[in-house]
Design a protein around this ligand. Structure first.
Ligand SMILES: Cc1cc2nc3c(=O)[nH]c(=O)nc-3n(C[C@H](O)[C@H](O)[C@H](O)COP(=O)(O)OP(=O)(O)OC[C@H]3O[C@@H](n4cnc5c(N)ncnc54)[C@H](O)[C@@H]3O)c2cc1C
Length: 443
């Protein structure tokens, strides 16, 4: 890569990275894009089980300006998703800017507000800015399991195909979407399927009256009304948790990322999935649960989620607090300019419609940043914008916020220019690459 000093670098060519690349290209912003994988598509290419289907529906998951093929079902498969993302990249001619098999191992600020990027082949390039689209479904989170187990303990990320469950007594730990998919698959092909839920969850059907749940919310629908709608739908389809031998969840609907799954309640009532409370301890091939029950198990799958992680950033730039990245307006830092955190939030709806809306605004923000000396995040901070308190987001709220930001952009620009004078001559503080910095780079 040559003469990159005036370009942005996008790390990751998954759903988010591709959407952002297209927005930058449309806005005439020069950039390069790299991905560690051998192809584009991110998780949908290399990170999900072959039988996965989206839960968020075709309508809300497609990029608004590039609809999925008409023949796609309402809930496209992982393969559909990969094909769609390839079509998207081809249509907007994004491939020319993408370098595959290129892993970033270190990103650090250097003098003159530039960013030095080191790749795993030891090459280095200098960029004006770095846009982090490295995904948040890869850094496995495991539960703290007491005792010793004879068989394999996997993370849901290691599950690829139903053959891996064939004839096995499977324990799945977790209550999210992957947990339910894997428990349902074990109910079909395994000898036994046990689903351990530390806390009960709200199972939502994927559709109601033939309409995907994700399509029901309208831009004007407040969250309390969405919650009421979903609650009524759950009552009408599944009824109460008691019918499945489960306690009522302690949290309100939407207080956690929703679990959309029709199959778990179905298989529980067929006796093919046995729900259990939390695991107490493991002993040889036995699993003891906190209610005193014991099961003989061949395979444990921990579908216990992921950590948000940026292993290529030096400690000074690690801004992750649990599942939250502490940045302004979804992506900006207040003390460094030119580093952008994208795609770390967990939206209830599909990604495409959100990225399509955010991408345009983000391109405008990048152009505004070019005109300023201070970090744009500092402008938002000074205007009283708070750091995020949750990683969960209601797409309707995001759409409303983006509309407001679009309308108030001339005002934001004026304020930013005024503030720029106040903090004149801002420079990013360079970070020296120490051996310690370099060890943070395992991916
Ligand atoms: C089972 C499952 C079901 C899901 N269902 C839905 C759904 O219904 N709807 C929905 O919208 N989302 C769903 N998701 C979320 C899914 O992760 C997103 O749709 C999407 O893949 C996220 O895109 P991304 O670009 O942020 O991350 P990814 O798709 O993970 O892409 C990130 C890319 O960055 C690359 N990368 C990472 N680090 C580096 C590095 N250091 N150097 C170079 N390249 C790097 C990776 O190779 C990867 O290709 C689901 C996820 C799972 C696991």
């Amino acid at each position: 890569m040559h003469d990159t000093q005036h370009k942005q670098l996008i790390i990751g060519a998954g759903f988010v990275g591709l959407g952002i690349a297209q927005a930058l290209k449309a806005a005439g912003i020069p950039y390069d894009q790299v991905d560690a994988s051998d192809d584009i598509g991110g998780n949908w290419h290399h990170g999900v089980y072959t039988t996965a289907h989206i839960i968020s529906s075709k309508k809300v998951t497609q990029f608004t300006h590039f609809p999925m093929p008409a023949e796609y079902p309402a809930f496209p498969s992982a393969q559909n998703m990969v094909d769609y993302l390839r079509q998207f990249a081809d249509h907007f001619r994004l491939q020319d800017h993408i370098q595959l098999g290129c892993k970033v191992i270190l990103v650090r600020p250097i003098a003159q507000n530039r960013w030095e990027v080191t790749f795993d082949n030891a090459e280095q390039s200098v960029y004006k800015g770095v846009i982090l689209c490295n995904g948040h479904h890869w850094c496995k989170k495991f539960p703290d399991l007491k005792g010793r187990f004879n068989g394999p303990i996997w993370h849901s990320k290691d599950y690829r195909h139903p053959d891996q469950l064939q004839g096995k007594r499977v324990l799945v730990i977790g209550g999210g979407n992957s947990a339910c998919d894997i428990a349902a698959e074990a109910a079909r092909v395994g000898a036994k399927s046990i689903l351990s839920l530390r806390e009960s969850v709200w199972f939502m059907p994927k559709s109601f009256a033939g309409i995907p749940i994700a399509n029901l919310a309208q831009p004007w629908t407040p969250e309390w009304l969405q919650r009421l709608m979903v609650h009524s739908i759950i009552r009408l389809t599944f009824g109460s948790h008691k019918s499945y031998g489960l306690p009522k969840p302690k949290h309100r609907i939407f207080a956690k990322h929703p679990t959309l799954n029709n199959e778990v309640p179905y298989y529980i009532q067929h006796g093919r999935i046995a729900p259990k409370p939390a695991v107490d301890y493991l002993e040889d091939d036995h699993v003891h649960f906190v209610d005193g029950s014991i099961e003989t198990i061949d395979l444990i799958v921990c579908a216990t989620g992921y950590k948000v992680a940026y292993p290529f950033l030096p400690p000074e730039l690690q801004r992750v607090n649990g599942p939250i990245v502490e940045c302004y307006a979804g992506s900006l830092l207040s003390d460094y300019k030119g580093l952008y955190f994208l795609g770390w939030r967990q939206a209830r709806g599909g990604l495409g419609s959100l990225i399509a809306a955010y991408g345009q605004i983000f391109a405008q923000l990048l152009k505004l940043q070019d005109q300023l000396e201070i970090p744009l995040g500092l402008v938002f901070k000074d205007l009283g914008v708070a750091l995020p308190k949750t990683h969960l987001s209601d797409p309707q709220v995001v759409f409303r916020q983006l509309r407001l930001l679009r309308l108030s952009f001339p005002w934001l620009k004026r304020k930013a220019n005024q503030m720029d004078k106040k903090y004149a001559h801002f420079e990013n503080q360079p970070i020296v690459a120490t051996p310690k910095t370099k060890t943070v780079t395992v991916y």
